[in-house]
Design a protein. Structure first.
Length: 407
């Protein structure tokens, strides 16, 4: 999982010390005679910004997962293919030969939109979609007007549907932007809802009194019957009204947005390195680096070891990262990338190549400075190590000096 760049630097330094014999021969006051051997490797003391990174493995995927539910009854007659991208006004799937269409919006479809419906944000988002598709609904607001109905009828006519001027529940699915099909839940020929073979049936069932079907003479007498109920009528219980019902929702397909992201799972003890809005570096599969930003953070079950006896493992966190700037994440679903989280930063500090650092005694370090006709050793205190360089402080050390390195 995570690997601190500082740890790599220390390992590199340890290997260098072995190659140089630990610096035991330099335990004196410092070499002043001699010169840099011909062809010897050197580096320069420079002021630079050093950043300690923690590297995590991420996976390329897509943001915004959603499940499309069938709200109409009938036989599934058309389905998209996994990977298809569906945009506004296009068919998601078909029931009994008629399309279920994608429209953009944040409010899920929850009712039939027709003349007389109360105002609401679902009406406004329907009108915005109609306008975007080239059908003028008049003022785009939350009120369903005759202009809204006329725009719907024109749209339906172009789709080959009955120009009813209303959108039945289940005919459209409101989702946030274009959708990429990730999985199919239904199969062709599968019967959904209660009306297996017929056309779409989304009627709202409710009990109605038989008096609604009486002729004029019976209607005139009906109020008198209600004012003077017979003893038998008083003894009969009132029939119970059946609640309005809808066909059961069934999942048809799963989608995501078309925006590619990188998902990184961090263990419980690594969560402190990530926070919303944090800038990161994404190393793409081709080695190119792209700036990224942490978006959502969600708790996930830790994949690390379990807790002690009787203890549950602490949950980890999944960071969702978007690439910012001009570079884009390639369309490589499931491919792995490295994500560099910045842990510490030291700005404008004196630094030398890590291979210039030598151990002289105990935990003391030095660098050898090459000067015209001579060389000398300066004792230094190392600081942050990153990207092959290490921060150093030492008496007499200044930018521009040439230091010997381990080659």
């Amino acid at each position: 999982m995570l690997l601190a760049a500082a740890t790599l630097a220390l390992l590199g330094a340890a290997a260098l010390l072995l190659l140089l014999g630990g610096g035991a021969a330099d335990s004196g006051a410092g070499a002043t005679a001699g010169s840099v051997a011909a062809g010897g490797a050197t580096g320069t003391v420079e002021r630079r910004t050093l950043a300690e990174h923690l590297t995590a493995t991420g996976t390329i995927g897509y943001a915004g997962e959603a499940t499309v539910l069938a709200r109409l009854s009938g036989t599934v007659t058309a389905l998209p293919a996994v990977g298809d991208v569906i945009r506004r006004g296009r068919r998601l799937y078909a029931i009994a030969g008629e399309p279920v269409l994608l429209l953009y919006g944040a409010v899920p479809a929850y009712r039939t939109l027709a003349d007389g419906v109360s105002e609401g944000p679902d009406v406004a988002q329907l009108e915005r979609n109609l306008a975007a598709l080239g059908y003028d609904p008049g003022s785009v607001d939350e009120e369903f007007t005759s202009g809204t109905a006329a725009a719907i009828a024109a749209w339906q006519e172009d789709l080959g549907l009955e120009a009813s001027g209303e959108v039945e529940l289940g005919r459209v699915a409101f989702l946030r932007g274009p959708q990429r099909v990730t999985e199919l839940e239904a199969t062709l020929g599968e019967a959904l809802g209660g009306e297996a073979g017929g056309g779409g049936n989304n009627s709202m069932v409710a009990w109605k009194p038989e008096a609604e079907g009486l002729d004029e003479a019976e209607e005139a007498a009906e109020p008198q019957r209600r004012e003077k109920p017979t003893p038998e009528a008083e003894e009969e219980p009132e029939p119970e009204l059946e609640p309005e019902s809808e066909p059961a929702s069934a999942p048809v397909l799963r989608t995501s947005s078309t925006r590619r992201i990188v998902s990184v799972e961090l263990e419980a003890d690594q969560q402190s390195i990530a926070h919303r809005g944090q800038k990161v570096i994404v190393v793409l599969p081709d080695g190119a680096e792209a700036p990224g930003k942490v978006g959502a953070l969600a708790a996930v079950e830790s994949s690390g070891g379990e807790g002690g006896p009787g203890e549950e493992a602490e949950p980890g966190v999944e960071a969702t990262i978007s690439v910012i700037g001009k570079r884009r994440i390639p369309a490589l679903d499931g491919a792995t990338v490295n994500v560099l989280f910045t842990r510490r930063v030291r700005r404008h500090v004196l630094s030398v190549p890590l291979t210039a650092l030598i151990a002289i005694a105990g935990d003391r370090f030095a660098v050898r400075v090459a000067e015209p006709g001579a060389r000398r050793r300066i004792v230094v205190t190392p600081g942050l190590a990153a990207d092959g360089f290490v921060e150093v402080r030492g008496k007499g050390l200044r930018a521009g000096m040439i230091v010997e390195t381990g080659g």
